[in-house]
Ligand binder design. Structure first.
Ligand code: HEM
Length: 505
C-alpha cells in the first residue's frame, strides 16, 4: 500500500504521528543573504509538506504570488528551491555553464536505475559517450527508423485489438486498451519485438509506481516491491541482450549502447550494468510517452464532443490522401504506405491535442545543479547561489500560468496549439516545457511527439471510443490526475477509465 503512494504522501503519513511543537518562521536566510525566501511553516522538519501534498498546483500558485518566482520550500526534512516562472526557468536553461543537469542524471542512474557506481563515476564514459550518443541517435534527422518501427508495431497492436472486438462494443479500461499496447509498441521499437515486454508489463508498472520513492531516496523498506520489479526488468534485459540475434530489429539507440559498452576496453562494464542502462532508457521512454498518449485519448473523451473533432480530421486527411494516391493501401497491410500517409498528412488538430495533453498532464521537475559559487539567474540579481545548490524548475507552474496561457490555463483545450494559439502577444513562442529545456532538454522529445501523434491517428482511424456511461467518470480535468506524482513527469490517472470500443470501418 505504502509503495503505491508517492514520496510526499509517504513522508506526510510517516510524519503525521510526530507531534512536533514549534514555530519557525523564515522568509530570509539566517545570514540575511541573497538566498531566495523560504515559504514560512510552523512544524519543524515537516515544513510545508501537508499543504504541498494536499494540492500542489494551489501551493505553487499561492507561494509564487506571495514570495515571488523563486522560493525555497521545507518539506519532510528536505529543502528545495523551486523556480516557477517562465522567465526564470528560461534564464536557467540558457545558462548551461552555471546550471547543469548531468549530476542529477548520473545520480538517478545509480539511485533509481541501479547502475553500478563504478560505471557511472569511475570514468567519463557516461558524460563523454553515452549522453552524446543519445543526442545523436535521437536527433530529428536520425530518429526516423525508430519512429517507423513504432508505426509498424502500433499497426500490429491495433490489429490485435481489432481481433478482440467480436461483438458490437467492447467494454475495457483505457489503460488496458491504450496504455498497454503502446507500451508494447514502444518496447518493440526500442529493443526489438522479441523482447518479452508483455510479460514484464506488471513489473514495469510496479517499478514506475515506485519511481517517485526511488527519486526521493526512500529507505529500502518502502521500495521493496519496486526493487524486486526493477530486478525483474534488469534480469530480463540481461538475458535478452545475450540472446543471439537480438540486435536485428532493435533500435540504433540500444544497439549503440550495447556495442559501446561491450567494446569499451576500460572496465567496469558488466552485462548487468549494460542491462541496467538499457532498462533506464526503457523507462525514460515508457514512463512518460505512453501516459502522454493515454491522456490524449482520455482528455478528449472528457470533452463535450468526445473524439468527434479528431475523427473528422483524420477521416478527411485519409480521404484526400486516397484521392491523391488512388492505389494507396491504408487498410493496415502495408505499414510503409501508412507511414507515408502519417508522415505527410496534415493533422494539425491531432498534433495540437498531443501538445495540449502534454501541457496539462505533465509535472516535470527539471533539476539543475549550480556548479559555480556566486551564480545568479539572469533577471534575478537579488539571489545568489553556491556551488552544489539544487534548483528545481517547476515547469507545471508555467503551463498553468494565466498570464501565458490565459484565464483558462488550467483547462484542456485541444485546439489551443493551433496556429496563433502558441504565440505570445510579442510574437514569440509560448513557453512549453513538458520536455524540460536548454541543452539538457529531453532527447526523446522528437520520437515522443511524433510517436504520440501517429499512434493517436492510427487509433482514431480504427476505433470508435467513448466513455462507458455505466461508470462514474471524474468530473473535471484536475480530478483526473494523481498529483502525488508531482515532479515525476507525465501524471498518472487517479482511477481507471472505463470505455466502450467498437471497430471503425
Ligand atoms: C511524453 C514523453 C516524454 C516526456 C514528457 C519526457 C520528459 C523529460 C524531461 C522533463 C526530461 C528532463 C529534461 C530537462 O530537465 O531539461 C527528460 C530527459 C530525458 N529524456 Fe525524456 N521524456 C519523454 C520521452 C522520452 C523518450 C521517448 C525518450 C527516449 C527514447 C526519452 C529520453 C530522455 C533522455 C535520454 C533524457 C536526458 C536528457 C539529457 O540529459 O540531456 N524521453 N525527459
Amino acid at each position: 500500500m505504502l509503495e503505491s503512494n508517492s514520496s510526499l504522501t509517504l513522508v506526510t503519513t510517516a510524519a503525521a504521528g510526530v507531534v512536533a511543537v514549534g514555530y519557525y518562521y523564515a522568509n530570509k536566510n539566517s545570514n540575511g543573504s541573497r538566498r531566495p525566501p523560504v515559504v514560512p511553516y510552523n512544524i519543524p522538519w515537516l515544513g510545508s509538506a501537508i499543504t504541498l501534498g494536499k494540492d500542489p498546483d494551489a501551493f505553487f500558485h499561492d507561494a509564487r504570488y506571495k514570495y515571488g518566482d523563486i522560493f525555497t520550500v521545507q518539506a519532510a526534512g528536505m529543502r528545495s528551491t523551486y523556480v516557477t516562472s517562465a522567465a526564470a526557468i528560461s534564464a536557467i536553461y540558457r545558462n548551461s555553464k552555471s546550471f547543469v543537469f548531468a549530476p542529477t542524471r548520473l545520480e538517478f542512474s545509480v539511485k533509481i536505475f541501479d547502475l553500478p557506481r563504478s560505471i557511472v563515476y569511475d570514468n567519463d564514459y557516461m558524460t563523454e559517450k553515452i549522453f552524446p550518443m543519445h543526442h545523436r541517435v535521437l536527433a530529428p534527422s536520425n530518429v526516423a527508423p525508430m519512429v517507423g518501427a513504432l508505426i509498424m508495431h502500433t499497426i500490429h497492436g491495433v490489429k490485435e485489438l481489432r481481433s478482440k472486438i467480436t461483438g458490437n462494443q467492447w467494454s475495457i479500461t483505457l489503460e488496458e486498451f491504450a496504455h498497454k499496447p503502446i507500451y508494447s509498441a514502444i518496447s518493440a521499437a526500442m529493443v526489438g519485438p522479441r523482447f518479452p515486454a508483455e510479460k514484464l508489463y506488471e513489473p514495469f508498472l510496479v517499478f514506475d509506481n515506485s519511481f517517485p520513492l526511488f527519486a526521493a531516496g526512500a529507505p529500502a523498506l518502502f521500495v521493496q516491491k519496486g526493487v524486486r520489479a526493477r530486478n525483474q526488468l534488469i534480469d530480463a534485459f540481461e538475458e535478452y541482450l545475450n540472446t543471439p540475434g537480438w540486435e536485428e530489429e532493435a533500435s540504433e539507440l540500444v544497439r549503440a549502447m550495447a556495442n559501446g559498452a561491450r567494446n569499451e576496453s576500460q572496465p567496469p562494464w558488466t552485462d548487468r550494468g549494460l542491462a541496467a542502462a538499457v532498462s533506464s532508457d526503457f523507462w525514460a521512454a515508457n514512463g512518460n510517452m505512453n501516459w502522454g498518449f493515454f491522456w490524449c485519448i482520455n482528455l478528449m473523451l472528457h470533452e463535450p464532443q468526445g473524439l468527434a473533432p479528431l475523427y473528422e480530421e483524420v477521416d478527411a486527411a485519409r480521404d484526400s490522401w486516397l484521392k491523391a494516391h488512388p492505389t494507396a493501401d491504408l487498410s493496415g497491410d502495408s505499414p510503409t504506405e501508412i507511414a507515408e500517409f502519417l508522415n505527410n498528412a496534415p493533422l494539425p488538430l491531432v498534433a495540437s491535442t498531443v501538445s495540449e495533453s502534454l501541457r496539462v498532464s505533465s509535472s516535470s521537475f527539471s533539476i539543475r545543479t549550480v556548479v559555480e559559487d556566486g551564480a545568479t539567474i539572469n533577471g534575478y540579481p537579488q539571489f545568489e547561489f553556491s556551488k552544489g545548490d539544487i534548483l528545481v524548475c517547476q515547469t507545471r507552474s508555467v503551463h498553468l500560468d494565466q498570464e501565458i496561457y490565459g484565464p483558462d490555463a488550467a483547462t484542456f483545450k485541444p485546439d489551443r496549439f493551433l496556429d496563433s494559439g502558441i504565440v505570445t502577444e510579442g510574437g514569440s513562442r509560448k513557453p512549453f516545457f513538458p520536455f524540460g529545456g536548454g541543452v539538457s532538454q529531453c532527447e526523446g522529445r522528437h520520437f515522443a511527439s511524433k510517436g504520440c501523434k501517429f499512434a493517436l491517428a492510427l487509433f482514431l482511424l480504427n476505433f470508435d471510443i467513448q466513455l462507458d456511461p455505466t461508470y462514474e467518470a471524474p468530473s473535471s480535468g484536475s480530478a483526473l490526475f494523481d498529483m502525488t506524482r508531482i515532479g515525476a513527469g507525465i501524471l498518472h490517472p487517479t482511477k481507471p477509465t472505463h470505455i466502450l470500443v467498437s471497430k471503425r470501418k
